[in-house]
Design a protein around this ligand. Structure first.
Ligand SMILES: Cc1cc2nc3c(=O)[nH]c(=O)nc-3n(C[C@H](O)[C@H](O)[C@H](O)COP(=O)(O)OP(=O)(O)OC[C@H]3O[C@@H](n4cnc5c(N)ncnc54)[C@H](O)[C@@H]3O)c2cc1C
Length: 386
């Protein structure tokens, strides 16, 4: 068993750290206030190859393995969870689904753009279709060489900053998941209307919108995978994004702990730094233990993905644990900050708001536990339904 990073992974890690500390960290507060990832930051990420992190080089990607990619997301999330989430949705849900299901012409058209600075989205959720993706109502109806899209998509991350959308629509009404197909849609296509950015508790840098498709004509060649087989693409996309969100939770927890340690070493009460009080030490130690346990699960899951192993259940476990560790760490480290932690002037309050989203997006905690339990009960001859 070898726990060491390869030379290449170590080199990537150093590069990520430079980028996160010098480019991401200085804009984290502004990203939260402006409710968008700064365009200049996206361009810098693209220039470093990070927007095409796992795409093959022929499409402008950096051809990273999943472990390196996880280190990228973790490192970015230490400073800005909005940026890490935007990156995860762009890469794991959008670009990689186009790579997974697109024809050669579609891949050549969209992937270099997505690696080069345009963001991608993944529009699955609808007002009446959340955890139950089988309830999707958006229709894609064939019209000659095109499909005509009509419907409403909710909670589409990156929507206001996107160049391309991956959209899940019903091609066989009444068939639920067996009638779902995926399309890639150029953001400039007529018939797409965006709502205002959703006002949210946290992850305010993530540009989340409702999208309206009204007579939006998409070339039939932009179908991803086979007709009515979109759900298989979604399942693989979920697996990837759960790993990504787990790495993001790991990074956010690490960032929160670092802030808490620094504050505790500097803040004096009763004549000594509060770090000298055992109550504070216990908070720090408990968080460090949880973070290290999470790190092993995230890295192991990424390693499974790199080996081509089935990592579906591990990805759900990692994502579920990451949401809990990030929440608990942010909560404890806010406590370490005392009243200052409740002030917008201190980054810990932003992290506290941001990490709450990890229990929701990419499948809720309840859905992750279901996914884990379904595998556990399989040997007992049960086929559990959500
Ligand atoms: C910050 C953020 C970004 C997002 N980005 C995107 C995006 O880019 N693209 C996209 O398509 N979607 C996105 N979403 C939507 C997200 O995927 C959904 O919020 C999520 O799938 C849950 O759906 P819902 O909100 O409709 O809740 P519901 O499905 O209505 O669930 C409500 C509650 O019931 C529970 N529940 C539901 N069904 C079951 C069950 N069978 N067993 C047990 N409990 C159950 C849920 O766990 C939850 O606690 C985003 C959400 C957030 C918060």
């Amino acid at each position: 068993m070898d726990f060491a990073l390869s030379d290449e992974q170590q080199m990537f890690h150093d590069l990520f750290r430079d980028f996160a500390e010098n480019e991401v960290a200085p804009c984290a507060e502004q990203t939260d206030r402006d409710e968008a990832i700064p365009t200049a930051l996206l361009q810098k990420a693209a220039a470093q190859g990070f927007l095409g992190a796992t795409l093959p080089e022929q499409y402008g990607g950096a051809a990273m393995d999943y472990l390196s990619y996880s280190l990228l997301v973790e490192t970015v999330a230490r400073h800005c969870l909005s940026m890490a989430a935007a990156l995860g949705i762009h890469t794991m849900l959008s670009s990689m689904t186009i790579l997974d299901g697109g024809s050669e012409a579609v891949k050549a058209e969209f992937l270099p753009r997505l690696a080069g600075g345009e963001l991608g989205t993944f529009a699955l959720t609808e007002p009446e279709a959340g955890s139950d993706a089988g309830a999707v109502q958006t229709r894609a109806v064939p019209e000659g060489e095109y499909y005509r899209l009509d419907g409403v998509k909710a909670w589409v991350s990156n929507a206001g900053q996107a160049g391309a959308h991956v959209v899940l629509a019903l091609t066989t009404p009444g068939a639920r998941l067996r009638g779902l197909s995926a399309f890639v849609v150029d953001a400039q296509t007529p018939g797409i209307f965006l709502g205002q950015r959703e006002p949210t508790l946290g992850l305010r840098g993530l540009d989340i919108r409702t999208m309206y498709f009204e007579g939006c004509r998409v070339p039939a060649s932009h179908l991803l995978g086979q007709l009515d087989h979109g759900w298989a693409l979604v399942q693989r996309a979920f697996r990837r994004v759960r790993l990504s969100l787990a790495a993001a939770g790991l990074g956010a927890a690490g960032g929160a702990l670092a802030l808490g340690l620094k504050f505790a070493a500097e803040r004096k009460q009763f004549g000594v730094p509060i770090a000298e009080k055992q109550a504070i030490q216990n908070y720090a130690a408990d968080c460090a233990v949880e973070i290290e346990a999470l790190r092993h699960l995230v890295h192991h899951t990424a390693w499974q993905a790199d080996q081509g192993q089935d990592y579906e259940s591990s990805a759900s476990m990692a994502k579920y644990l990451a949401a809990r560790v990030a929440r608990d760490t942010a909560n404890k480290m806010l406590q370490v900050h005392g009243g200052y932690g409740f002030s917008d002037e201190y980054a810990i309050s932003r992290i506290y708001r941001d990490v709450r989203a990890l229990r929701l997006l990419g499948g809720t905690d309840e859905i992750q536990r279901f996914a884990i339990a379904r595998v556990l009960f399989e040997p007992e001859g049960l086929a559990l339904q959500p």
